[in-house]
Design a protein around this ligand. Structure first.
Ligand code: NAD
Ligand code: ZN
Length: 262
């Protein structure tokens, strides 16, 4: 059960802020938890999408949201993607997203996100790696047609069809069973080669190896590592600073202190 009644000691936040020295190369890894404070459902957290069990079509959420389903029965896949999109509709970035953008004033910040809501860029973060893509970027599976949409309300039909060639149009997101986007992976490796001074994980269960690895690796090398999550995860025993609090309550306080110091 996500613990909402949390007190976070200012001294813990001060210790994290002190790691965010001017010019520090900071990798911030974010998951569905950072957008939970904007009212979006998480996947595995309490009240998350997986908790609903099988989808009405008699298939699991993982099957419904798979590349195979998009190829075989796009209407089923689109119905579920549409549900996620309608849960996001009207939601806006929260104070945690905004604070990470403000941190750019003193640090070299890269945000590696698993979220598909586009909130980091909307909040002003410039160096964002969207590892699982973005719900608002639509593209044709056959021809170069692409379109950015604010939401899916204006789409005539679901699944949408390409106005140029008539083939299926889909969001540029990574469905279950699909590969990560080459450009995002290349950018992620470039950031790792460039070097990292501090790693901060916010609101992720961190089950994917490419999410865990930089935190584990940094911890092994004795670099400062931070987890901000009301609940414990596999990262909790590994990080040097574990902050048991909600993203929107904790991140702005850390960033305000770092800006005051920097
Ligand atoms: P997850 O649902 O597996 O984990 C969410 C984590 O956030 C949990 O550990 C939970 O304890 C924590 N959390 C809940 N409320 C929080 C808060 N207010 N502040 C900080 N932490 C909080 O999500 P995940 O690790 O990102 O991985 C699952 C997949 O879900 C990803 O592939 C991602 O693409 C997808 N997803 C994206 C969105 C989105 O774009 N907003 C939403 C749901 C799922
Ligand atoms: Zn087309």
């Amino acid at each position: 059960m996500t613990n909402n009644n949390l007190h976070v000691d200012q001294s813990h936040l001060d210790a994290v802020a002190a790691e965010l020295r001017r010019g520090a190369r900071v990798l911030v890894i974010t998951g569905a938890g950072i957008s939970a404070d904007s009212g979006l459902p998480t996947y595995r957290g309490v009240g998350g999408l997986y908790d609903r069990g099988n989808a009405p079509d008699g298939v699991s959420i993982e099957q419904a949201l798979s590349g195979a389903m998009m190829a075989r029965a796009p209407a089923v896949c689109w119905r579920h993607i549409g549900e996620i999109e309608s849960a996001c509709r009207g939601a806006v970035p929260n104070s945690a997203h905004t604070a990470l953008a403000q941190l750019q004033a003193v640090c070299d910040v890269t945000v590696l996100t698993q979220n598909v809501d586009g909130f980091h860029r909307a909040a002003g973060s410039r160096q964002v790696i969207e590892m699982h893509g973005n719900l608002h970027a639509l593209h044709c599976v056959r021809c170069p047609y692409e379109r950015q949409v604010a939401d899916y309300a204006g789409l005539d039909t679901l699944p949408p069809r390409c106005p140029d060639c008539g083939a299926l149009v889909r969001p540029r997101v990574v469905l279950f069973g699909e590969m990560l986007p080459d450009a995002a992976v290349a950018e992620y490796h470039r950031v790792l080669r460039h070097g990292i001074d501090v790693v901060i994980a916010v609101g992720t269960t961190a089950v994917f190896p490419y999410i865990c690895a930089p935190v584990m690796d940094a911890a092994r090398r004795g670099l400062p590592t931070v987890e901000i999550n009301p609940d414990e995860t596999e990262l909790s025993p590994v990080v040097s600073h574990r902050i048991g609090g909600r993203a929107a309550a904790v991140v702005p306080r850390i960033v305000a202190t770092a800006l005051a110091l920097g």
